[in-house]
Ligand binder design. Structure first.
Ligand code: NDP
Length: 287
């Protein structure tokens, strides 16, 4: 069994990005700018936003975090987004999810300029993904494909099972796997015989948000297991995935750890997307 370390892969990709970004001031007069909006004090969100700021600093991307109170109204947030959309010095806008219940996330995501949508969640970017058109890809699914490719894992012709069908992970990763010519099955909370379906997977991607839900007896011998989940272990309070690492690792040929697996690659791909938005803009200006 081999561990796919997202931490190591992300570190090497960030080195390359750092070298590339260092050339930007001379070529384009400035570095990319990422603005992150954080509403409220949810500890998970605060820590994710801090991770994004740290990665930006490492790569040389200018990062600004705007912190707003959880009393912020939808109109106030929309006004800020329109202002950032029109600010030429801003290349990427990210609104940290989840948002307070009083704010409609779909409306906020759709308000972000498609060209600055570094998360790849804008409806036009989603549509482009499903039509195989050029677009900003959502970070977590993009990172998962990079992890598979980094180990030269064959995707074409393989049975891929994705557990979870969210807009941010399950659905887009299933489409990316399909684009790579896997035969894809998407499971969810209403899937009967989940174990039976998982046992058919050559590549098993799990994104359900339930600690240790997938156990070794649900994994085919020699499968690749990608664990997207980030949970608190109810017993130890430590971070853990959606897969029971010890028992799944006994069956898997490759497995991602939690922490240190998909998470660092998500942030790495956010950096890539910010650079992509910046370069798209520079190209538009010079073309
Ligand atoms: P959501 O809650 O949006 O979606 C969960 C999905 O899992 C739903 O489709 C749900 O089915 C399905 N599901 C829930 N329970 C079961 C079950 N027992 N059996 C089968 N399917 C089930 O979660 P997200 O996709 O946003 O996130 C999933 C996990 O990944 C979380 O732990 C989150 O923290 C983590 N995450 C990690 C990231 C990273 O970078 N490492 C990035 C994003 C998320 P249904 O649709 O029927 O309700």
């Amino acid at each position: 069994m081999e561990i796919i370390s997202g931490k190591e892969l992300a570190a090497s990709l960030k080195q390359k990005m750092m070298a590339e970004v260092a050339t930007f001031p001379q070529r384009y007069g400035r570095v990319p700018q990422l603005t992150v909006i954080l509403i409220g004090n949810d500890p998970g969100s605060v820590s994710y936003v801090a991770g994004k700021a740290k990665a930006s600093e490492e790569v040389g991307i200018d990062n600004k975090t705007i912190r707003l109170s959880d009393k912020t109204t939808e109109d106030e947030l929309l006004a800020l987004i329109y202002q950032l959309n029109n600010d030429d010095s801003v290349d990427g806008i990210l609104v940290q999810l989840p948002l307070p219940k009083a704010i409609n996330s779909d409306k906020i995501i759709a308000a972000i300029s498609r060209e600055k949508d570094v998360d790849g969640f804008h409806p036009l970017n989603v549509a482009a993904l499903w039509q195989k058109q050029p677009c900003i890809l959502p970070c977590t699914p993009k990172g998962i494909i990079k992890m598979l490719k980094s180990k030269n894992i064959e995707i074409a012709g393989k049975n891929a099972v994705v557990v979870g069908r969210s807009n941010i992970v399950g659905l887009p990763v299933s489409k990316l796997l399909l684009n790579e010519n896997a035969t894809v099955t998407v499971c969810h909370s209403r899937t009967p015989n989940l174990k039976e379906v998982c046992l058919r997977a050559d590549i098993l991607v799990v994104a359900i948000g339930r600690p240790r839900q997938i156990t070794g007896d649900m994994v085919k011998e020699g499968a690749v297991v990608i664990d997207v989940g980030v949970n608190r272990d109810p017993e130890t309070g430590k971070l853990c995935g959606d897969c029971d690492f010890a028992s799944c690792a006994e069956k898997a040929a490759f497995i991602t750890p939690v922490p240190g697996g998909v998470g660092p690659m998500t942030i790495c791909c956010l950096m890539e997307n910010t650079i992509e938005c910046f370069l798209n803009k520079m190209c538009d200006l010079s073309c």
